[in-house]
Design a protein. Structure first.
Length: 257
């Protein structure tokens, strides 16, 4: 058994395992786990909301409350500024749902909803509709359309800059979806490859009674643990980045510029 050849042969199967598959009634594994993550997020919010105290004594409740304050102060007040309070529930919902989804994906056998472009595209669409809605609400329909281009430009430059700014506005929709999906999918592929390599080299060492293959299992396993720790950080960072960008887009849409 050649471990490298075996690893090369198994990688396409690993990649195929991430393809959407119907589990029941046309519901894919990603949609199924999206529902699970939504339930987890809802339960956490409801339970923590009922047990809030002036001086928190429960570490879990204290962590969730800190997460909410983090969204409120850093992403809401710090970025949007005046009138930020009405946007905090939306931003907190985005942050906690994406965070829960990313962490659930780290559990072996689970498929993160954020690991498929359809779910991240839906999240990006919700964010896109949200900040454009509040932009129209703040400036009016025609006022918002005009505000896409910065004020104070020479008249001849307005159509050109407006077109590029409109293109940039649409790109926000695309990049929100692709950035989250790409990072989560790539991370889980790397974890899968390292786990597969550890298994293949271990089995080669056992079947061939090959000490070298057995020893090579160790660095693959160490890399797997290191990548797992890194992916835990990435899971948080991607929830943070998505929410921060949504907050920035709300600020840009609603402010006078």
């Amino acid at each position: 058994m050649d471990p490298l050849a075996e690893l090369s042969a198994e990688v396409p199967h690993l990649q195929a395992s991430f393809d959407p598959v119907s589990v029941f009634g046309g519901v894919t594994q990603y949609i199924f786990f999206m529902i699970i993550c939504w339930i987890i997020t809802l339960v956490v919010v409801l339970v923590v909301g009922k047990k809030l105290t002036l001086i928190p004594t429960n570490k879990f409740i204290n962590t969730v409350e800190y997460g909410y304050q983090f969204v409120r102060n850093d992403m809401g007040e710090g970025i949007i500024g005046q009138g930020f309070k009405k946007h905090v529930p939306f931003l907190a919902t985005l942050f906690f749902f994406i965070l829960v989804s990313n962490f659930v994906g780290l559990i072996p056998g689970c498929k993160p909803p954020t690991g498929t472009i359809s779910v991240t595209w839906a999240l990006a669409t919700i964010s896109f509709v949200y900040f454009n809605y509040y932009g129209i609400k703040a400036h009016g329909g025609w006022g918002y359309i005009k505000s896409i281009a910065p004020s104070g430009l020479p008249v001849v430059m307005v159509p050109i800059i407006w077109f590029f700014e409109l293109f940039s506005l649409i790109l926000r929709w695309l990049t929100l979806a692709v950035r989250l999906y790409g990072n989560m999918f790539a991370g889980h592929m790397v974890l899968g490859i390292f786990a597969l390599a550890s298994s293949v080299f271990l089995m080669a060492g056992i079947e061939n009674i090959d000490i070298v293959s057995g020893i090579l299992t160790v660095p693959w396993f160490v890399l797997l643990i290191a990548m797992y720790a890194l992916e835990t950080l990435v899971a948080f960072l991607q929830a943070y980045v998505f929410t921060v960008l949504s907050s920035v887009y709300v600020s840009l849409a609603t402010s006078s510029h």
